[in-house]
Write a protein that binds this ligand. Structure first.
Ligand code: DAK
Length: 258
């Protein structure tokens, strides 16, 4: 696997693990890190031995936002041309489930990155926020849209307009986070959740992820029609036969991913 400057990549059995690795800058997201992250995710997505992916930071910070030092002097046109946003959007195109394992600060673009993942496992020390208002700007990579769809208008307004940060338990209560566990085991928890998913029927996982994400991006009738087509399609797979036969024969299924 390639050597990166700002991330570390590991494989744990069927789970790919990407660690954001700019500890001195609290994993602030600069162009290099985002480019490397998306490139690594695409490689893991294409690796047939990998069934799910975990993205994590450090105990102190998942990511403290976009790199302010990189943006401070940029003009509007430079920001547009750097195309930072399309890199975060690249995460949305990953077909395998991506779980964010979040501890410490998860702010601004860091929270937008976490929300681009499919699930969030948080340590009890995690803090979620969109502090862009303190910098005279607003979120630009999903921190109004994904956030409002997830935590609701009332909480999103407080976070974006008044820098309200959420504790891990609040984030769970508002539906932003799947699980909250003690800080010494948040990464193991995320890896173990990813391993469970990685051992399930790969095509059904892929279609299930895509169908749920569509629920946030399309009209209900279109989403329902697409869900139905995916459901029928899965009856053309060996894994559907295997899953249903295994149930009837009272044994564990052996998934082939075809
Ligand atoms: N950028 C750059 N450096 C950062 C940083 C950041 N976001 N956050 C922290 N650091 C650096 C600090 O400058 C410090 O570096 P040195 O001074 O040691 O060189 C080091 O990390 C440690 O930080 P602190 O000394 O501040 O640590 P504390 O524990 O005291 O405070 C903190 C931790 C997380 C509360 C604090 O660092 C903080 O408030 N950080 C900034 C958080 C923030 O405002 N985040 C939002 C950034 S704006 C776009 C779409 C989206 C975005 C951008 C573009 N497009 C569509 C193009 C996203 C924008 C954002 O995320």
């Amino acid at each position: 696997m390639s050597v990166y400057e700002t991330i570390l990549v590991e494989i744990h059995d069927k789970v790919g693990l990407v660690r954001l690795n700019r500890p001195k800058a609290l994993n602030a997201l600069n162009s290099t890190l985002l480019g490397e992250l998306v490139a690594a995710l695409q490689i893991l997505d294409a690796d047939t031995s990998v069934g799910a992916i975990v993205v994590t930071g450090s105990e102190r910070a998942f990511a403290a936002g976009a790199d302010i030092k990189e943006m401070v002097d940029a003009s509007a046109v430079e920001m547009l041309l750097r195309d930072f946003i399309s890199q975060i959007d690249g995460i949305r195109s990953i077909k395998k489930p991506v779980i964010a394992a979040v501890s410490g600060w998860c702010l601004g673009g860091g929270n937008e990155l976490a929300m681009s993942c499919d699930m969030i496992v948080a340590s009890d020390t995690a803090r979620f926020g969109q502090p862009e208002i303190n910098l005279g700007v607003i979120p630009g990579a999903g921190g109004t849209q994904r956030l409002a769809r997830t935590v609701g208008k009332a909480v999103a307004m407080e976070m974006v307009l008044n820098n309200r940060t959420l504790s891990a338990l609040e984030a769970q209560q508002f539906g932003l986070v799947n699980r909250v566990v003690p800080v010494d085991c948040y990464l193991e928890e995320a890896l173990s959740l990813a391993a469970e998913i990685a051992n399930r029927a790969p095509l059904a996982i892929r279609f299930g992820k895509d169908a749920i994400n569509q629920a946030f991006e399309t009209f209900l009738a279109d989403g329902l029609a697409d869900e139905r087509r995916s459901f029928y399609f899965l009856f053309s797979t060996d894994d559907q036969q295997e899953g249903m036969q295994a149930f009837i024969e009272k044994r564990d299924p052996e998934w082939k991913g075809v």
